[in-house]
Design a protein around this ligand. Structure first.
Ligand SMILES: Cc1cc2nc3c(=O)[nH]c(=O)nc-3n(C[C@H](O)[C@H](O)[C@H](O)COP(=O)(O)O)c2cc1C
Length: 184
């Protein structure tokens, strides 16, 4: 059994992460969800709390039940950190090392492998800044689950749709298998 820390960010695709939690739990993994403030505008923490059967982290400065800051204990427990969907904003923060919320602070404190599934408008995805940030993450060993092409929520058509949940789950299980955890 592995500990999967799932970061959910402020994308219109945030609701799809609920299905990802269900798939991970069904596969026998422990899932801890960390949401950005943006993500909570799209889906409530209660959805993830119920599906993961665990408390959901939404803030960096919430009092913790144990002395250790939550973002540090989450980072240390994680066998893999998955950010799905990942906004252009969080991709940029991860690339630079900004740690100004619970998710990005957890990511900076985390030595486990990182899997990022971007989801955004096609122009945001194609922007040289986003592409450079993705290249930076890749060069550090992160797994990028490429977004799909198709109709986007903003009404345009292009590359930016969150990858299929099965593809994200497969990428995460492959990363876990490589790091020695073969739970399927
Ligand atoms: C309706 C709506 C949908 C959005 N969808 C996305 C998206 O899919 N991807 C993205 O990168 N930003 C999207 N944004 C913009 C982000 O919510 C915004 O950049 C926010 O600051 C992200 O915060 P976070 O990265 O901390 O979650 C959307 C904004 C709105 C209002």
């Amino acid at each position: 059994m592995s500990e999967i820390v799932l970061g959910v960010t402020g994308s219109i695709a945030a609701y799809k992460a609920a299905e990802l939690v269900r798939v991970f739990v069904k596969a026998g993994h422990e899932v801890s969800v960390v949401m950005t403030a943006g993500a909570t505008k799209f889906v409530t923490p209660l959805t993830f709390q119920t599906l993961s059967r665990r408390p959901v982290t939404t803030g960096l400065f919430e009092p913790d039940v144990v002395w250790e800051p939550n973002h540090i204990s989450l980072a240390q427990r994680a066998n893999v950190l998955v950010v799905a969907p990942c906004t252009a904003n969080v991709i940029a923060k991860l690339a630079v090392g900004i740690a100004d919320d619970a998710l990005t602070a957890t990511a900076l404190a985390c030595r486990a492998p990182l899997v990022v599934a971007p989801a955004m408008n096609d122009a945001m995805f194609e922007h040289p800044a986003t592409q450079a940030n993705i290249a930076t993450l890749r060069s550090r060993g992160a797994t990028i689950v490429e977004p799909a092409s198709g109709e986007l929520a903003c009404g345009t058509t292009g590359k930016g749709r969150l990858a299929a949940i099965e593809d994200i789950a497969k990428a995460v299980l492959e990363v876990l298998a490589k790091t020695g955890d073969t739970t399927q």
